[in-house]
Design a protein around this ligand. Sequence first.
Ligand code: C2E
Ligand code: MG
Ligand code: MG
Ligand code: MG
Length: 282
Amino acid sequence: EAKRAGGARHVRFEAAMRERAARRNDIEMELRQALQGEQLFVVYQPVVGLLPDGVTDHSTGVEALVRWRHPVRGIVPPFEFIGVAEESGLIGALGDFVLERSCRDFVRWRAELGTLAPRLMAVNLSRAQLAQPGWSETVARILRDTGMPERSLQLEVTESLAAQDTDVQQRLHELKALGITLALDDFGTGYSSLASLHLLPVDTVKIDRSFVSQSETSHHHRVLIEATVKVAQSLGMNTVAEGIETPEQAEVVRRLQCDKAQGYLYSRPLESPALVDWLRAG
Ligand code: C2E
Ligand code: MG
Ligand code: MG
Ligand code: MG
């Protein structure tokens, strides 16, 4: 009896696994087509500067975020395909596409908007991109081809990616040698800690949304934000609070001396023309 139940469970498990593998294969095949067929595009979320006296600088920067306009499924969010892209090796082409497109857009905004244009553009990196030997040469080529000023490009890496791996550290130093800056994304969600922050060649620490969302109600989370800001400041790094949704959260992170903020309160991620309108509207 028990054996039969176990057997039935096993069959169900296998069916579920087969379904997952099939879905993963579908996504991989379709993603390959998407890369060729111009279904991928980039949206930009403003990062605002928190200046003294409650002033907000709208031209501080943007973060580039990839989107997939699927012919049947509609807009597919990155968490549904970045993993597949990493496992299948498509992430190289995807990452290069995002970097090149966002650099081109950035250079165009500068021509169109002058002083209202964003001053910094952040682009997310995945481990597989850093693992490619000589990838920093690709970055150098894209900077050259697009006319992107290197000091205006910031690449975002996550804690798990940046921690203690000497190969990765070497790659990060190669990138920094190009004159670009690095940010540590989703800080607080991984295993590394404030104590190891000084080991990483990063310029900016992005405090994860989960801390911000609990900052109004939880003293503990406010203390952690405050400690992160203090350590970052002492190491000459600046801080961004992610996922600001309410004026109250903005007030909290401003009081805790975060330098910049990003979240739906200011703007959702926007396609380039809508971003230009948002920047013009100030
Ligand atoms: P991330 O780099 O931490 O990006 C921030 C995510 O938080 C974005 O989700 C953004 O839309 C969302 N967000 C921003 N403000 C708010 C807010 O106020 N409330 C809430 N609830 N969410 C907010 P998105 O675009 O779905 O991206 C998810 C993740 O996918 C990114 O997290 C990043 O890790 C990854 N990703 C996105 N684009 C790329 C890319 O081009 N390359 C790579 N390798 N990863 C990417
Ligand atoms: Mg990011
Ligand atoms: Mg982030
Ligand atoms: Mg995050």
